[in-house]
Design a protein around this ligand. Structure first.
Ligand code: SF4
Ligand code: SF4
Length: 180
């Protein structure tokens, strides 16, 4: 059933050889020669800590979890582990303040894992009702500029804000006011 298979295979190889001889070498002798870096080439990212507001949008968008949001001791950290990054640049697309820049850097081998970690640290604000830290100071400033909330609401975390809104509505309708 497969008597003519070797012949087909031989002709395929000969055809490939003919094309290869005509085309010549297409690969580069990297690292002994310069690598080919095109305009479309994507490398590691850089987060501008002056621009970042700590919103966490990039963390949610990152497919391999190379970006992580950590909250402790009233601070929020955006941690970038380059070792997991697949250089898709989705984080750049979602950042509301253009704080992330794509670079062409790809030669990142190291024997010190700390070289592969970048951390941006933000101080957080606390809810004026329950005291939980719920957003960064820079995020608050951003929200005030972009989506003005009244003073009564901006200092409250989403849970307390919802409760206050509901009780205000209830009060208006003559119901029982629970919120203090
Ligand atoms: S480039 Fe892609 S993989 Fe790397 S941090 Fe951004 S979203 Fe994550
Ligand atoms: S999306 Fe932009 S502003 Fe938000 S945490 Fe990431 S880098 Fe910072």
């Amino acid at each position: 059933m497969s008597e003519d298979k070797p012949a087909t295979s031989r002709s395929t190889i000969l055809k490939a050889l003919e094309i290869a001889l005509k085309t010549g070498r297409v690969t580069r002798k990297y690292p002994f020669a310069e690598p080919l870096i095109t305009d479309e080439f994507r490398g590691r990212i850089e987060i501008d800590e002056e621009k970042c507001i700590g919103c966490g949008a990039c963390v949610l968008a990152c497919p391999p979890n190379a970006l992580e949001l950590i909250e402790e001791n009233g601070q929020r950290m955006i941690k970038y582990f380059i070792g997991r990054c697949i250089y898709c640049w989705r984080c750049i697309d979602v950042c509301p303040v253009n704080a992330i820049r794509g670079t062409r850097d790809f030669e990142l081998a190291t024997d010190n894992i700390d070289d592969l970690v970048d951390i941006v640290v933000h101080d957080m604000v606390k809810c004026s009702s329950c005291g939980s830290a719920f957003m960064t100071i820079r995020q608050k400033i951003y929200v005030i500029k972009k989506a003005p909330l009244t003073e009564n609401y901006i200092d409250k975390d989403p849970k307390c804000r919802r409760e206050k809104t509901l009780n205000a509505l209830l009060k208006r309708r003559g119901g029982v006011m629970k919120y203090e």
